[in-house]
Design a protein around this ligand. Sequence first.
Ligand code: NAP
Length: 314
Amino acid sequence: MSKKAEKVVIIGSGCSGLTAALYTARAQLEPIVLTGAMPGGLLTTTSIVENFPGWPEGIDGTELMINLQQQAERFGAQVKFGSKVESVDLSSRPFNLIVDGDEMKAQTLIVATGAGHRHLGLESEKKFDKKGVTYCATCDGALPMFRDQPLVVVGGGDSACEEATYLTRFASKVYLIHRRDELRASKVMAERALANEKIEPVWNSEITEILGGAEEMVSGVSLKNNKNGKESKLDCAGVFIAIGHTPNTQIFQGQLDMDDSGYILRDEGSRTNVEGVFVAGDCSDNVYRQAITASGMGCAAGIDAERLLASENQ
Ligand code: NAP
């Protein structure tokens, strides 16, 4: 027997996915939220979120996401934790999804799959993953192996500045390695990082190798100055990589239109090239990438899905 089609299936449970869930739940569409491997999305790897409107003292990233999840559930959203979408077939409606080996059908689909951490692409980065190489200071910074040790943060954006500043709580010193001589980060974050006595910026420099010591743990990095070609080494116990993100859109390749970097294209609202598929958040936003803009896009996608279903049921 063919399965009943859900009215709304949302892939992703960050700010965009859960806000879409809130809106479609309030429209009594009983949305299903498939969280993927990271319930709550990337915000759960942040400490205090200081720029989400309505929280004058800031709010812990995980707490914000739990609040948002509970708010959506209160109106009937069903959040399926850990569920992984293996493939999608968007060639006809209802759409077919394979979720943890089972088939699921969806009249409308909201893609809110977010973005994952970008990698340096070094072999030694893979080799020392979780042995001193990490992509999340708030997750790993307090580990005993990093306490009172010199640490390296790579990148020049808000994430790198935020992580470097956070790590000064534990580290003896933090080297902020950036490939240019000017930070990309917002003024407030950049100034906060550069004013911190424990942070030493290393300009115009790229990591060429992550070095290991005893017990195959990180012991340092080799650097190359890309202005004068000079090579050097820094001792450190950890390498925190904060060089941006890649959209999680691989399973939609060939079905949804994307730009060259894999961000899903949409019209002025949330509509994609496939009718009934809407998109929200970082998987479609290479410009703002903020919690509040992701939430706004999730709201728009929820409303767009609701309006499409209402127009079809008239
Ligand atoms: P980002 O703004 O894209 O910055 C990435 C940084 O990594 C850039 O400085 C870039 O260098 C560098 N980079 C990229 N690829 C590299 C490579 N292969 N090797 C070495 N360096 C490389 O990413 P983000 O810092 O993660 O921020 C993403 C968004 O989230 C932004 O909109 C940001 O404002 C927001 N955010 C906000 C907060 C907050 O407000 N609390 C915190 C974190 C992030 P170039 O500068 O030379 O390109």
